[in-house]
Design a protein. Structure first.
Length: 295
């Protein structure tokens, strides 16, 4: 009888889990690994998100640490120095953004003045300590990964053990890795969006296996979630296969993302609930915390 009861109950449980009906949202801390505090968020004319507002959003979503990178770097410097940051219990992991303005998006990889700006910013550091990475940068054409300044910055990042946050396609990841002195074995590359153009899951998996320090940040990743914001089966399988390689981020690239910050974090908590708790904790917090030696 008990066996029969289990068959029925267990089948029902498996079915409801498969449909994501019983998985509760992840409730632990979050590490926002793709946060911009750009000028328009705080400049006072258009800016509706002064530090108190930005930090209130992090605090109420249990975002305990952020990779901060901002156009221009003044936004990151502000968060790194703000009284409110400490009051909110948020650890700032600062990255040097390669952009002073919008024009730099299309030119940074060949503009020597960007290289100089990066060196000056690294020398200056922040009130939250030294910069830990470079980026986010974009390459709208993969071949620009071979631009002279892109090459120099990749070599610099590897040498100084700085992470790079790269919004690029899979072809450009290969080129950037090839330009690293280690040929990609020792470059800490955080792949922003893990292929925003929808790089096939099998290709993502092959890249993770080829490059031991490649990490995938999952904002805007097409095909990640399916019905009701739950993980799609092929992504769930990939994450379970490589639980130490993925992270989450808000990508507050426009103010609308600050407006939607609560919703974005709620979305992550929903699908993180589809994973075993220990795996969810790694994706939400542990992988990034390990990368930057946070407690
Ligand atoms: Zn971004």
């Amino acid at each position: 009888m008990r066996f029969i009861a289990c068959i029925a109950a267990c089948a029902a449980l498996a079915l409801s889990q498969a449909h994501g009906q019983t998985a509760a949202p992840y409730e632990g801390p979050l590490f926002d690994t793709h946060l911009h505090y750009n000028q328009e968020a705080w400049d006072g004319t258009a800016g509706s998100f002064p530090p108190t507002e930005a930090l209130a959003r992090m605090q109420r979503n249990q975002v305990k640490a952020i990779i901060a990178n901002s156009r221009p770097n003044a936004g990151t410097q502000t968060l790194a120095a703000a009284r409110e940051t400490r009051a909110a219990g948020v650890t700032v992991v600062p990255f040097v953004r390669l952009y002073r303005n919008r024009d730099d998006y299309n030119n940074w990889f060949r503009d020597e003045s960007i290289h100089e700006m990066v060196l000056a910013e690294l020398a200056r550091g922040t009130a939250s300590g030294p910069y830990r990475g470079l980026g986010e940068f974009h390459l709208y054409e993969s071949a620009n990964a071979n631009g002279p300044v892109a090459k120099k910055l990749i070599a610099l990042a590897e040498e100084k053990k700085l992470a790079v946050l790269a919004h690029v396609d899979d072809v450009a990841v290969d080129l950037l890795m090839a330009n690293a002195p280690s040929k990609g074995r020792a470059l800490r590359l955080i792949w922003a969006h893990t292929g925003i153009g929808g790089t096939p899951v099998e290709r993502v998996q092959a890249m993770l296996e080829r490059y031991p320090l490649l990490m995938g940040e999952l904002s805007y990743r097409p095909g990640l979630t399916c019905e009701d914001g739950r993980l799609c089966p092929e992504w769930r399988a990939l994450i379970l296969k490589h639980p130490d390689r993925f992270m989450v981020g808000s990508d507050t690239w426009v103010n609308q993302r600050w407006s939607a910050y609560d919703e974005i974090m709620r979305g992550y908590r929903t699908w993180l609930g589809d994973l075993p708790p220990a795996v969810a904790q790694r994706i939400a917090w542990g992988n990034a915390a390990a990368l930057f030696d946070l407690r």
